[in-house]
Design a protein around this ligand. Structure first.
Ligand code: ADP
Ligand code: MG
Length: 276
């Protein structure tokens, strides 16, 4: 077996790489694929928290590289999905603890046993980025519809283009707020796609449920009522080759209407633009 190695990257920090890694990984595993998630954000790890696995980590990526354990010993099984594993980052070291060559070797080993190896990349375009992409042949570039994030995504796309091993990269636009797009207060997904001229793999709405799901250590794809969860499940399906239409962000979605209802209830809306 030769699994696919996909790096989740962005340039800018805080746009949703780790959230995306946890949710796509969980969704792919739920659909029956075997998945290993690698946290390469050494020193600032948090993929373990999002998966609720922080208390189960014995060995990390750095322990594997420094030969304190075998690769298999460092893989932490997810509590719910037996075909999902995490290779955690060390918290007490820095990005130089793992080289690009070393990570590439680990990805090659994992590719033999898993359908998908998903690499959660640290922010920036320096050493940590170069290491994270070293074993990948595909990339998902995460951005939010903000100029600063889009500019950094553009930079990352330039670097991915220059990397021969990367055969394809796709764009995921996160934290989209249809109401703000409608009132011209937010860049539309089409604008972002135009600026970056990159194929889309997903559009994820802003969803406060993501914050509570992070705190609970349970990815939002496990919540069947969540729009963001559904959007992430759709991303996983597209990765597996299914042709799934994108959410239409020009019309108020059920999600936008739902938020409006809550805002109305709390008296936060000056005027309701709920068209349902
Ligand atoms: P990164 O890994 O790129 O630094 P994270 O995945 O850690 O970003 O996300 C940064 C913050 O944004 C987290 O607090 C996360 O809960 C929040 N967040 C991410 N995506 C969404 C979303 N679609 N809706 C609401 N909050 C989100
Ligand atoms: Mg992160």
């Amino acid at each position: 077996m030769t699994g696919r190695v996909i790096v989740i990257t962005s340039g800018k920090g805080g746009v949703g790489k780790t959230t995306t890694s946890a949710n796509i990984g969980t969704a792919l595993a739920k659909s029956g694929s075997s998945v290993v998630l690698i946290d390469t954000d050494i020193g600032l790890r948090n993929l373990d928290l999002l998966l609720g696995l922080e208390n189960r980590i014995v060995y990390t990526l750095v322990d594997v590289v420094e030969e304190r354990c075998k690769l298999k010993q460092a893989l932490v099984k997810d509590k719910k999905n037996p075909n999902l594993c995490l290779l955690a980052a060390a918290q007490t070291r820095d990005k130089s603890a793992v080289t690009a060559e070393q990570l590439k070797g680990i990805c090659e080993d994992l590719q033999k046993d898993f359908d998908f190896v998903l690499v959660d990349c640290p922010a920036g375009i320096e050493e940590g980025f170069k290491t994270a992409v070293s074993g990948a042949t595909e990339a998902i570039v995460v951005t939010t519809p903000e100029m600063s994030a889009v500019r950094d995504a553009d930079r990352i796309i330039g670097l991915l283009e220059a990397k021969e091993e990367i055969k394809s990269y796709k764009l995921l636009v996160n934290r989209v707020r249809p109401n703000m797009i409608q009132s011209n207060d937010m860049m539309s997904v089409e604008d972002v796609v135009d600026i970056l001229s990159c194929d889309l793999i997903g559009v994820i709405p802003e969803d406060t449920g993501i914050i509570t799901s992070t705190n609970r250590g349970e990815p939002i794809v496990n919540d069947e009522d969540s729009q963001a969860g559904k959007a992430y499940i759709n991303v996983a399906k597209r990765i597996q080759g299914e042709d799934i239409p994108f959410l239409d962000m020009n019309e108020p979605t059920g999600f936008a209407a739902f938020i409006d209802k809550i805002k109305n209830f709390l008296g936060l809306n000056k005027k309701s633009d709920d068209k349902e």
